[in-house]
Ligand binder design. Structure first.
Ligand SMILES: [Zn+2]
Ligand SMILES: [Zn+2]
Ligand SMILES: [Zn+2]
Length: 308
């Protein structure tokens, strides 16, 4: 019998980081057949799914197998559509734009909670990154602490003596070689020191700490930019392109800092080769890449242009 008091987070002294134990997740639904999808609508007379409606646009509910739960954070699922097949890339433009408003609302509501210091909106796409359900969806984790990646980004602000994303965007725009897409509100580029071959960052042109400070036109521009990018990804090797997409925004611990941007980490190096985190990446924390960001950016830029 498991001692439930053992579950929760533990502090790993050697690395100075939190590790979260969510052992119920072992029983979560793993790649069910399409007619047993828990993210599909509940059809009259059929088995109930997670969503008790026979149709819907975008649905948000608490994850049944949460890594975090109140009063120590939250874990939510965001279902993009009631259609089982497709992806973020194939959503109608208006639906993708509505999704930005849903993200904004969840960031606001979760971020306002006293037990939430950081809200991470993300999507895992593809079995290559551990997806257990194919229905188009993303997730939100509301952390009761500030996790290491956003903490490092805030340290970059201190190191650069101002907002790091603002400065990095300025550098990328003046260099230009790694830019893959831009519109009036956002710029997408393969970062100068990308870890993944086709890693891309999508940064708000104006200094916006979070989705809350964005104008409606900027939210539309973000949806358009993300869709253009993932359609380009799918076109690049002419196959569904796995990725992890993470929305980085200001921490919600009451101290205003941060700059809205979205980071995408695709594990593919070529059409059929994955990048694995191995000796150097895991043992030393140093990424070894066998592609140059400028070259990946050129290929991705063409794929995005072709996919439009
Ligand atoms: Zn489904
Ligand atoms: Zn900024
Ligand atoms: Zn970031």
């Amino acid at each position: 019998m498991t001692d439930r008091s053992q579950i929760g987070q533990r502090y790993e002294e050697l690395r100075g980081e939190q590790v979260v134990y969510a052992i119920d997740r072992q029983e979560r639904t793993f790649l069910p057949p399409a007619d047993h999808c828990p993210l599909c609508p509940t059809v009259p007379g059929g088995e109930p799914t997670e969503i008790p409606f026979d149709r819907f646009e975008i649905a948000v509910f608490e994850n049944r197998f949460p890594a975090f739960r109140s009063p120590h954070g939250a874990a939510e699922v965001v279902v993009y559509t009631d259609a089982h097949t497709g992806s973020f890339a194939t959503l109608a433009r208006e639906r993708a734009q509505e999704l930005m408003w849903v993200w904004r609302h969840r960031y606001m509501e979760l971020g306002a909670r006293a037990d939430v210091e950081y809200v991470l909106i993300f999507e895992n796409r593809g079995v290559e990154v551990g997806v257990t359900l194919h229905h188009p969806h993303g997730q939100i984790y509301a952390y009761p602490f500030l996790p290491p990646v956003p903490a490092l980004e805030l340290e970059a602000d201190e190191r650069l003596g101002g907002c790091a994303p603002c400065e990095l965007l300025r550098r990328e725009l003046s260099d230009g070689r790694r830019i893959v897409y831009e519109n009036e509100g956002f710029v997408a580029f393969v970062p100068y020191a990308a870890r993944w071959a086709y890693e891309t960052h999508v940064i708000a042109r104006a200094h916006r700490p979070s989705l809350l400070e964005c104008e409606p036109a900027e939210l539309r521009a973000l949806a358009d930019g993300l869709q253009a990018l993932v359609r380009g990804y799918d076109g690049l090797f002419d196959r569904p392109f796995p990725y992890v997409m993470a929305v980085h925004q200001a921490p919600t611990d009451g101290r205003a800092r941060g700059h809205l941007h979205v980071e995408l980490y695709p594990p593919l190096r070529t059409a059929d080769k994955l990048k694995y985190l191995a000796g150097s990446e895991q043992g030393a924390g140093t990424f070894i890449s066998d592609t140059l960001p400028e070259e990946s950016a050129a290929a991705l830029r063409r794929a995005i242009a072709d996919a439009r």
